[in-house]
Design a binder for this molecule. Structure first.
Ligand code: GTP
Ligand code: MG
Length: 457
């Protein structure tokens, strides 16, 4: 939990201390990514639409790639699209198209070509030979942005792990291709021996990072268990990157999380306690945003951060109402939620930035029953939002009827401690109580539940 750093996380932070020179530790250097930021690289964007792909979705994906490239610190200068039945095994795009991309790149003096599709290491290598310049894929660009934005030791470790897993199968190629990766992989001269040395170092580093992150995850699980004992519910804000998640957490609590008009400003989870209008407290968490085709290396590496989403009782799915393609962004978020196993957590849609486009916000709300419209910056709709959160969480509890013998004052006390008593009367054999409980409490009180009147709401 990011609420307050606990002793355990501080210890782990110390364990990571000093391991990160740049975001890539011993493999890093001044520049930590695939795109050179000493100047603004000129980038040609390329995408292949396969048969069965939705053309509009492919367009939206390419728009998103342009924003990602810009965020990574480079300028998109052209777009090339191709329709194919299936990817070319050797070069992804057809060889004629690859030649066309080379000519365009030359005429525009582009430094790099970024493909919207995931390239295999071999395809990437072959393309670079044809294009005579770096060929990157979407994954490399996203990893680059994450590397720039990682600030906590854990965030850096997670990004480094994802980067190294991406690099490992690409190690074979050496020479100019990797010369931009500032850190020397492939620049220490050719030869099998050097390659083996590099690979061993890389794998050793991966194992170390995995070990550190696993330990951190274990500590998190312990903290999460102790949180559950307090019976406070956990609510996680999820959504497309830049939807306003951090702004919302700041507006509702005094979290003071960094807010920026850029993609992936937040990488670490931050949790704050929030009192709902009914008086009950919840833990509200802001975490990393999602995009289309989020690299699986990143999703895997961020499991400890994303556990908080999987374990949440309720997700606030924040959507930017002024987004030109809200459905596409919603689907992108849902895809990641499914990948991490959080698609079964109850979800409330929150259409944010209503101040920018009130009409669109209301239209979106009308489409999604039970959703809320708000503006995290003006504060409009935030009271409604809290009401909706409260009523959702109350519905997640179960109401049960109990018969407690008069000589079990201890159980009566437990009922008042753990539950919300709706009705209390005295019968001939004991107290008759109707109360709302969390599932765990229901289990502990099993022997006092009147089965005939057992209800849930
Ligand atoms: N007009 C308007 N702008 C908003 C609103 N909420 C957030 N923003 C702006 O949107 C931008 C992104 O806000 P963040 O809170 O950083 O978004 P995020 O979802 O946390 O983004 P990432 O952490 O990058 O995924 C900032 O410039 C905010 O000021 C809103 O309700 N209205
Ligand atoms: Mg944020």
């Amino acid at each position: 939990m990011g609420d307050q750093p606990t002793e355990e996380t501080e210890e782990l932070d110390e364990a990571f201390e000093g391991e990160h020179r740049g975001a890539f530790g011993e493999f890093g250097g001044e520049s930590s990514g695939f795109i050179d930021r000493a100047f603004r690289e000129r980038i040609v964007l390329a995408s292949v639409t396969l048969s069965g792909d939705n053309i509009e979705e492919a367009e939206a994906s390419l728009d998103e790639l342009a924003r990602l490239v810009d965020t990574a610190g480079a300028d998109p200068v052209a777009r090339v699209q191709q329709n194919r039945l299936s990817p070319d095994r050797a070069t992804y795009v057809g060889s004629g198209k690859a030649e066309e991309i080379r000519q365009i790149s030359e005429s525009l003096d582009a430094d790099t070509v970024v493909f919207d599709n995931e390239l295999s290491p071999a395809q990437q290598g072959n393309l670079e030979k044809i294009l005579k310049r770096s060929a990157l894929d979407r994954t490399a660009v996203i990893l680059d942005i994450f590397a720039q934005n990682a600030s906590s030791p854990e965030g850096k470790a997670q990004v480094e792990l994802a980067q190294l897993r991406y690099r490992l199968p690409r190690l074979r190629r050496s020479g100019r291709t990797f010369s931009q990766q500032a850190g020397g992989i492939g620049t220490r001269g050719p030869g099998e021996t050097q390659l083996e040395v590099d690979r061993r170092r890389l794998m050793r580093r991966i194992t170390k990072l995995e070990g550190n992150l696993k330990q951190l995850r274990k500590n998190r699980a312990t903290q999460s268990k102790s949180r559950k004992r307090t019976s406070n519910r956990a609510v996680a804000i999820v959504g497309y990157t830049n939807a306003g998640k951090s702004t919302l957490l700041n507006a509702l609590t005094d979290a003071g999380v960094l807010v920026e008009d850029r993609l992936f400003a937040t990488l670490d989870a931050t949790t704050r306690r929030l009192a709902l209008p009914g008086g009950e407290a919840v833990f509200l968490t802001d975490t990393v945003g999602f995009v289309r085709k989020l690299p699986h290396q990143l999703v895997e590496a961020f499991t400890s951060t994303l556990d908080v989403v999987v374990d949440a009782d309720l997700l606030l799915h924040l959507v930017d109402s002024s987004d030109p393609d809200p459905s596409g962004s919603i689907n992108a978020v849902r895809t990641v939620l499914k990948e991490i196993g959080a698609d079964t957590v109850p979800e409330v849609f929150v259409f944010n930035k209503a101040d920018l486009d009130p009409v669109a916000a209301q239209q979106l709300k009308a489409r999604e029953p039970g959703s809320v419209v708000c503006s995290a910056t003006t504060g409009e709709g935030l009271e409604d939002l809290l009401e909706v959160v409260g009523s959702h969480l109350r519905r997640l509890t179960r109401t049960v009827d109990l018969l407690i013998p008069f000589d079990r004052g201890d159980i009566l006390a437990q009922v008042h401690r753990e539950g919300e008593v709706v009705d209390e009367t005295s019968g001939s054999q004991g107290w008759l109580i109707r109360a709302r409980f969390e599932e765990a409490s229901v289990g502990r009180l099993e022997e006092f539940i009147d089965p005939a009147t057992k209800t849930s709401s």
